[in-house]
Ligand binder design. Structure first.
Ligand code: ACO
Length: 448
């Protein structure tokens, strides 16, 4: 198979959101802390009728319909998620309902999980399958879905929820450049979910930020080395038309891009101009430990990166700023943002991706983009993503209601024998929703 990659994409996020500005007032924090400090505009959340299973069912059904794909043509289905519901039973098995109906039960793949990295693991599995000897000529399908909720406190405004589906096959408009992948995997307790009675993670916020940046440095270095070995020329951030980051909140994305510019300076890239060299020179001798702690370096590198950030990163930030951290779906929602915003000019360009999952696992990889052919064209993908419409159609809920919903969900997590309100007034037609959970913890869904 040639030019294996992403043929089609679709996205679903809940129609309910809370404004970060209103959340600041509600939480009694200083004005600007969430909007400027974290860089977030609003946050989507699931009400009691939605969860990762319903969102995945909705997005898979929607992708198959929008691109007119016969469910019998799917040969592998992989889900990336860190939202735990039935533990041993994968979300993938839930999605099989859609395919069973068409007599297709011959579909490989299960769920992959490691914090926000599961989606990338699922994507790699599908791509590797299409490129392997066991490929049977059918499509792969990847679903990334999470509902990110945190206990009250500083992490709460960094939640979010969404599901993304990606169709995988040859001759794709979004092709993998497999030669240049760089990974960094290590043991860390920065974010994990040891309390099985709660949906909330245990998180060391500061440590998670440092782990993320260390992983970024390490992946970038491996990525550059592989590129240089293969292409026999130096890689710098100028060789990427866009850089897409896993986006827990926008401020970390700003810092991450600045960090890549600092890396280019340390690597003595010829693309770093004189002015930037002068600004970063005082930090050339810092140990890597010191460099993660230095506020002055953070400021200087953000200044150096500012203009490039506007062109190479800003177009990727639309959905993550509006929806929040979607965990496994975050990176791909950022990617969908650039496809949506820039589809007219992407052909021939390179997009560099950085995937991070706490605990920790991370990979930097890249895509080469071409126009594609209908229905798998950039234009059609952008039309189907329909991001602005979907964002504008949302309902802004007051923070009080958001907090009440989260309280209710705390009780519902791991519970049995309950019926939901079945209030679907805010859901678009075609959306799956949870109706009830029976005495055996079995869940039941219906479609609006
Ligand atoms: N106006 C403007 N900026 C402000 C204001 C204000 N009124 N108040 C604070 N800020 C800034 C701070 O200066 C800081 O910015 P800086 O980093 O550029 O200095 C920023 O807002 C955040 O404030 P802090 O006090 O540093 O941090 P806080 O206690 O609010 O916690 C954190 C932030 C750690 C990100 C928390 O939300 C968290 O734990 N989130 C979950 C973990 C996470 O997302 N980690 C990322 C990688 S792992 C993953 O994806 C889950």
């Amino acid at each position: 198979a040639k030019d294996v990659g992403i043929l089609a994409m679709d996205i679903y996020f809940p129609p309910t959101c809370v404004l970060q500005e209103e959340l600041e007032t509600h939480d009694g924090v200083s004005k600007g802390k969430y909007t400027i400090g974290l860089g977030q505009d609003s946050m989507a959340f699931c009400t009691e009728v939605e969860d990762v299973i319903s969102m995945s069912l909705t997005v898979v059904k929607s992708l198959l319909k929008n691109y007119n794909i016969d469910p019998k043509c799917i040969g592998r289905l992989e889900v990336g998620s860190e939202t735990v519901i039935d533990k041993s039973k994968s979300i993938k098995t839930w999605l099989m309902q859609i395919f069973e109906e068409y007599g297709n039960t011959d579909i490989e793949g299960v769920d992959s999980s490691n914090a926000c990295y599961g989606g990338t693991a699922a994507l790699f599995n599908c791509v590797n399958w299409v490129e392997s000897n066991s490929w049977d000529g059918r499509y792969g399908l990847v679903v990334c879905t999470d509902s990110a909720v945190y206990a009250e406190g500083p992490a709460r405004p960094t939640g979010g929820a969404a599901a993304i589906a990606m169709l995988i096959g040859p001759n794709a408009p979004i092709c993998f450049e497999n030669k240049y992948r760089g990974s960094h995997m290590a043991h860390a307790y920065d974010f994990y979910k040891p309390d099985l009675a709660s949906e909330y993670p245990v998180v060391d916020g500061k440590l998670s930020q440092t782990c993320y940046l260390m992983a970024l440095d390490s992946c970038y270095n491996v990525f550059c080395k592989k590129y240089e070995k293969h292409e026999r020329k130096q890689f710098s951030i100028f060789d990427a038309d866009y850089v897409v980051f896993h986006s827990p909140y926008n401020k970390l994305v700003q810092k991450s891009f600045a960090r890549l510019c600092y890396n280019d300076f340390l690597r003595n890239c010829s693309t770093v101009d004189e002015e930037s060299r002068e600004k970063l020179a005082p930090y050339a001798g810092l140990s890597s430990e010191e460099s993660y702690q230095s506020r002055d370096l953070e400021k200087a590198s953000q200044q150096v990166a500012k203009k490039l950030y506007e062109s190479k990163v800003q177009p990727t930030t639309l959905i993550p700023k509006q929806v929040g951290n979607m965990y496994t779906a975050s990176l791909y929602a950022a990617f969908a943002s650039v496809i949506y915003n820039r589809h007219e000019t992407l052909a021939g360009q390179r997009i560099v991706m950085f995937s991070y999952g706490s605990g920790l696992t991370s990979t930097m990889f890249s895509f080469k983009i071409n126009e594609g052919q209908h229905p798998f064209s950039l234009l059609n993908i952008a039309n189907i993503l329909d991001v602005s419409e979907k964002l504008e159609a949302r309902h802004v809920v007051p923070p009080k209601k958001f907090v009440e919903t989260l309280k209710l969900m705390e009780h519902r997590y791991g519970a049995k024998d309950f019926v939901t309100s079945q209030d679907t007034s805010l859901l678009p037609a075609g959306t799956y929703f949870l109706t009830h959970v029976d005495s055996m913890y079995r869940r039941f869904y219906a479609m609006k």
